[in-house]
Design a binder for this molecule. Structure first.
Ligand code: A2P
Length: 341
């Protein structure tokens, strides 16, 4: 089959990469149509034709739609695409908590796609890479408790955040006064922000931290996993890094854990202390895989393990996984919206 595919948010940080990945991976599309806001409608997007605005008329006739245009746009337009007959893979957080909507990491829980009702949620970027690393361990011995600190790049916040980091860095190096922060609550250049995301009213955790706590349990299908998270923003362009400490339910040697990780699709081990080999953000940027290193015993707990997990937040963390979901839907003949019985 050949599908007519819409990419909504086609001019954004993630949408641009969705378009590129659809082409690069040879997704069987007869046509790929870019959508963005009224500001961009009518402009030409090289290789993809004229950008369309979201109107009831423009959204007819699609088989698939990949969304990354913010939660409000998804809430309004994703159901309309479904109504018009398209299967939607949505990168926003708008639908992730809905128990009726599958939240899918392509190599981790593809079976959740089987009974989709037209809408599929793409997980949060930090959660995505964590799931690829934890899945084989959880399947083998169970994970009782997790403690994660993230070191998140600015591209996850969007194009404006990358510019903010660059402008502040340039000013700092020139000895000029730093421009006031606009995207983040503090300066990001030469800094580390210990609370990535926003604090919902009355909450001592950020929304970003809550996403990892909720989505981990939904994707692994285990509400009993205990999770503590701190999400930090660091002055890195692309790729999120994570320090992970976990306690397994059953015994697992470091060597057995290493074998489990080595057998996980989409994961590459980079782990040799003797040569300072462990994944870095710069090495992982531009790659589709999740990279894991620093695997070792947590000396404070007999079933404790520690690892370092790095992946490009715009790729596996967003665009690549959305396209991989589309690929699984195609392979399993699930590119259709089931009519309720
Ligand atoms: P536009 O470039 O026309 O504003 P990012 O995550 O990098 O900030 O990108 C957000 C993406 O979502 C852009 O492609 C942006 O298009 C698009 N977008 C923002 N608001 C809307 C809207 N109301 N309708 C459609 N697309 C939107």
């Amino acid at each position: 089959s050949q599908y007519k595919v819409a990419v909504v948010g086609a001019t954004g940080a993630v949408g641009t990469v969705m378009l590129a990945k659809l082409k690069e991976r040879g997704f069987p599309a007869s046509e790929i149509v870019p959508f963005a806001s009224e500001r961009s409608a009518g402009k030409e997007l090289e290789g993809f034709g004229t950008i369309r605005a979201l109107t009831d008329e423009n959204i007819q006739g699609f088989d698939l739609a990949l969304f990354s245009a913010g939660g409000a746009t998804s809430l309004e337009w994703a159901p309309k695409f479904v109504e018009a007959g398209a299967v939607v893979v949505d990168n926003s957080s708008a639908f992730r908590r809905d128990p009726e909507i599958p939240l899918v990491v392509s190599e981790v829980n593809p079976e959740a796609l089987d009974d989709h009702k037209g809408l599929i949620a793409n997980p949060n970027c930090s959660t995505m890479q964590l799931m690829v690393a934890l899945k084989p361990i959880h399947d083998a011995v169970g994970i009782d408790r997790l403690n994660v600190s993230t070191y998140q790049s600015v591209s996850g916040t969007g194009v404006k955040a990358v510019k903010e980091l660059e402008d502040q860095t340039r000013a700092a190096l020139n000895g000029d006064p730093l421009p006031d922060p606009a995207v983040y609550p503090h300066h990001i250049a030469f800094n580390v922000l210990g609370g990535a995301g926003n604090f919902p009213e009355g909450d001592d955790h950020t929304d970003e931290e809550r996403k990892m706590m909720f989505e981990t349990r939904k994707i692994l299908g285990d509400e009993s996993i205990k999770i503590a998270v701190t999400c930090a923003r660091v002055p890195v362009r692309s790729a999120h890094s994570e320090s992970v400490t976990l306690e397994t339910r059953e015994d697992l040697s470091v060597e057995a854990a290493r074998e489990l990780l080595a057998g996980q699709p989409g994961l590459i081990l980079v782990d040799d202390p003797s040569t300072h080999s462990y994944p870095t953000a710069l090495d992982s940027a531009g790659r589709d895989e999740v990279f894991v290193g620093r695997l070792r015993r947590d000396p404070t707990h007999e079933r404790g393990l520690q690892l370092w997990v790095v992946s490009d937040n715009l790729l596996k963390g967003a665009a690549t996984n959305a396209v991989q979901i589309a690929e699984v839907l195609h392979q399993r003949s699930l590119v259709r919206v089931s009519t309720p019985a």
